[in-house]
Write a protein that binds this ligand. Sequence first.
Ligand SMILES: Cc1cc2nc3c(=O)[nH]c(=O)nc-3n(C[C@H](O)[C@H](O)[C@H](O)COP(=O)(O)OP(=O)(O)OC[C@H]3O[C@@H](n4cnc5c(N)ncnc54)[C@H](O)[C@@H]3O)c2cc1C
Length: 417
Amino acid sequence: MANRYSFWSLLKHGLKHHETWQPAWRTPQLKPRYDVIIIGGGGHGLATAYYLAKNHGVKNVAVLEKGYLGGGNTARNTTIVRSNYLWDESAHLYEHALKLWEGLSQELNFNVMFSQRGVMNLGHTLQDMRDIERRVNANVLNGIDGVILSPKEIQDIVPLMDVSASTRFPVMGASYQPRGGVARHDAVAWGFARGASELGVDLIEQCEVTGMIIEDGRIKGVHTTQGDVFADRVGCVAAGSTSTLAKMAGVRLPLESHPLQAFVSESMKPCLDTVVMSNAVHGYVSQSDKGELVIGAGIDSYLGYGQRGSPHVIEHTAAAIIELFPSFSRVRLNRQWGGIVDVAPDACPIIGKSPVKGLYFNCGWGTGGFKATPGSGHVFAHTIANDAPHPLNAAFALDRFSTGHLIDEHGAAGVAH
Ligand SMILES: Cc1cc2nc3c(=O)[nH]c(=O)nc-3n(C[C@H](O)[C@H](O)[C@H](O)COP(=O)(O)OP(=O)(O)OC[C@H]3O[C@@H](n4cnc5c(N)ncnc54)[C@H](O)[C@@H]3O)c2cc1C
């Protein structure tokens, strides 16, 4: 990858208190009309804008973000990337994303720090192991890497984990996807933002969409806190706020918005070089490049739009991780935060057209959409540019909730990620 900043230029900028850095993206004035408006400047919205400009030549695009770019779930997630989903439709979609991840730093000329350190899903019961075998076999049939590990093999990879038979939930085995891993969430947003901006996309921060302009069943534009903007095509990529936006258009989506929280510990020397997830114990952990343990679990059960969660979930999650890693009981926690995730009934996203012509939704990624960021943007850009789904997202249309063609990924979504 070409390096934009040499050591000497870094030193020069450092001595100048970073005042002469060239901004990574432009800060243009909002224009009155665009070909496409994307609502939501998270990873998915920015990736959509990037691929619209790059792959489809649609460059007169605005991304409208009510806060700052990447400040939603994109900046709040625990960055687990994997593609080992059970059903063909989702396996193909997430694998498409994983393949894009593998070349993303080169594509964007921005180091997204994608680290393929492997993702392990533990099994603690016979039923867990049957589910794991079924999923790994399905993955292998779909050309996705996956193996089943014995407790001994798990111990070899993660020596700190307690795999003894005396625990409350003894570890019986695990699925392992070696190509899975983690990435740097901010970098993904920034990389797509810079790439999109260079291609001519206007990124407008502090611009909240407050209403939709619809005439004769067709979208014409949106009301925003910076004035009205017009476009014949509008893509909504607003994660936990999607149902609020859908309501503005008179559309009801089968989504629930829940808080999802995570936390990190103090930094430590490297001690865990893979991602470990467990449904039964209900928690997951990885170690960031800074040395912090990155810990999370499932959603808070109540609905809400507050970007925080309840203390008992933290307590439960910490207990779960300590059950797996007793030595972590001595580690101090540093920070906790929450995001708002949009959960669909079958734990799969909704990507496609809406009943309003020209209005498209990309939502319902729930607790696991970070891993899909490049793939989601790639297929959504295709959908908007062609007014027709890409073959990989055709099955994720809204009408699956009326036709009954659900794609039940609750099992593979696992402890949510
Ligand atoms: C704690 C936590 C841990 C997670 N861990 C993982 C994980 O390990 N792996 C994984 O794959 N996924 C994970 N996820 C899920 C993942 O973060 C999301 O699925 C993904 O980031 C969604 O990206 P997005 O771009 O669609 O949404 P966001 O990044 O939330 O972007 C949506 C944007 O829309 C903006 N917006 C909303 N309303 C409006 C409006 N009216 N006008 C203008 N802008 C608006 C918001 O400000 C926001 O910036 C996790 C989520 C959380 C909260």
